[in-house]
Each structure stands twice: as structure tokens, then as C-alpha cells.
Ligand binder design. Structure first.
Ligand SMILES: [Zn+2]
Length: 217
């Protein structure tokens, strides 16, 4: 009876943590976007870019922290959440690659969107990883595909409320309202968490024999 009460208390605690984590995602977005918007125009461009990158990082890290629920090792889970955030913030490196210089001024005034901002590219790559993960019975590869989706979608979704989502080679969606953007930031990790759980169930049922799934990350 005591252990039953204890496990129900722990479950409640975990649920509350997850709800707080979910709320933190749009809150971080609002804080990050507001800070950038109201920064003194004379303030260095470097600080603005750093704040922008940090916002992308936190949104992806919090999102992965919500998406992944089966991790047994807290430390590895933290490292993977940080890696997801880093992947999200490194995407903007394509601005520098496109202009061929490390000048912030040139990179931030690019007239078109560079390659890593194409949502189709990462979605197809992640989809392929997911299919292969089912075929080869690899939970690691499946989680990698969801990490890629979490990192890139949160980044593209945040950029998208100003410029739309770039579905290359078809074109771009129109920009959407700030409210839709915030709702999307909540719905996205919820959907991805459901998707990961659903596809994870398919992995142990794959036809590859003599291989047990390893739940590490
Ligand atoms: Zn971007």
C-alpha cells in the first residue's frame, strides 16, 4: 500500500514536471523574441545573434526533454537534450556558408533562405532514418530521427512566423500569426512524443531476429 502511494506520488510529480516543461517552451519563445525586439538598435549585432541562437537552443532542448519519456539514464537524457539544442542553433551556420564570409552583417541580410532552412530536406532524412531504424531494429537510430525533427522543426517553426515554412522545392507557406506560432510550439512536442512512442512500439516488432532494443538515450 505504501509503495503504491509512493509510486502514485512520483507519477504526479513527473506529470507536473512535464507540464511545467511544456509551458516553459512558449514562455522561452516570448522572452527570447521580446528581448531581441526591444534591444537597443545600437547594441552589437553579435549580442542579438547570440540571443537568437540561445532561444533556438532552449526551445529545442525543452522540446526534446518533453518528447523523450523512455530514457532510463537522466545524465544521458540531459546530454541528448543539450545536443538537440545545439543542433537547432547550429542551423543558422548556413547563412555564413551562403555568403562565404564570417561577416554578421552580410549573413543577416541574406535576401533568400539558405539550404539548412529547407524543412523538406530534414523531414525526408528523418523519415528515412525512421524507416531504416524499424528495419534494423534500432531504437538509437529512431531516436536520432526524432532528435533531427525536433531540432529542425522548432528552429524552422520559429523562423516561420516571420517568413513562412520553406517546403523546397515547392515553395514557402505564408507567415503565420504569433499566436499560431506559440500554439505550434506546444502542439509540436506533444505530437512528436506521441509519434516517438507509436513508432518505438513498431521497432521491437520488426522482423530482424536476435536483436533486443537498447533504451539508452
Ligand atoms: Zn534560422
Amino acid at each position: 500500500m505504501k509503495s503504491l502511494l509512493f509510486s502514485s506520488k512520483m507519477k504526479n510529480k513527473t506529470n507536473w514536471r512535464r507540464i511545467i516543461n511544456l509551458i516553459l517552451i512558449p514562455v522561452t519563445a516570448v522572452v527570447g523574441d521580446t528581448v531581441i525586439q526591444y534591444m537597443n538598435p545600437n547594441i552589437s549585432l553579435l549580442l542579438k545573434c547570440f540571443t537568437d541562437s540561445a532561444t533556438h537552443f532552449l526551445l529545442a532542448s525543452f522540446s526534446w526533454n518533453y518528447v523523450e519519456t523512455s530514457s532510463m539514464n537522466k545524465r544521458i537524457h540531459l546530454v541528448v537534450s543539450i545536443m538537440c539544442g545545439l543542433l537547432a542553433s547550429i542551423i543558422d551556420i548556413d547563412h555564413f556558408i551562403a555568403v562565404g564570409t564570417i561577416s554578421l552583417q552580410a549573413a543577416t541580410s541574406l535576401p533568400h533562405r539558405p539550404l539548412l532552412h529547407c524543412t523538406t530536406l530534414f523531414t525526408i532524412a528523418a523519415l528515412l532514418f525512421a524507416i531504416v531504424s524499424i528495419r534494423i531494429h534500432s531504437i538509437h537510430l529512431l531516436k536520432l530521427s526524432f532528435i533531427i525533427v525536433t531540432a529542425t522543426w522548432t528552429h524552422h517553426w520559429r523562423d516561420g512566423y516571420r517568413r513562412g515554412i520553406w517546403i523546397c522545392p515547392i515553395g514557402s507557406t505564408p507567415p503565420y500569426s504569433y499566436f499560431v506560432y506559440l500554439i505550434g510550439l506546444i502542439v509540436m512536442p506533444m505530437g512528436l512524443q506521441f509519434g516517438l512512442r507509436f513508432v518505438s512500439d513498431l521497432v521491437p516488432k520488426s522482423k530482424v531476429k536476435h536483436a533486443a532494443p537498447v533504451y539508452l538515450i
